[in-house]
Design a protein around this ligand. Structure first.
Ligand code: CU
Length: 68
């Protein structure tokens, strides 16, 4: 199990962070994702045999946000 913290750009309200959290939790290999609107961060625990940081960033971007 790996853990990564991504900086997220483009979240404006609770609705955005809740939506992104759902998207991330639905990704294959994600054990747990927590998104903080205040910190503009996503904290993701994932199985590196099933997904990768690049794939997670792509999911964030597909949801309409920017990830660093
Ligand atoms: Cu919003």
């Amino acid at each position: 199990m790996k853990e990564v913290v991504l900086k997220i750009k483009g979240m404006h309200c609770e609705g955005c962070s809740t939506r992104l959290e759902k998207v991330l939790n639905n990704q294959d290999g994600v054990e747990e994702a927590k998104v903080s609107l205040e910190k503009a961060e996503a904290n993701i625990k994932f199985d590196e045999t099933q997904t990768s940081v690049d794939e997670l960033k792509e999911a964030v971007e597909d949801a309409g946000f920017e990830a660093e």
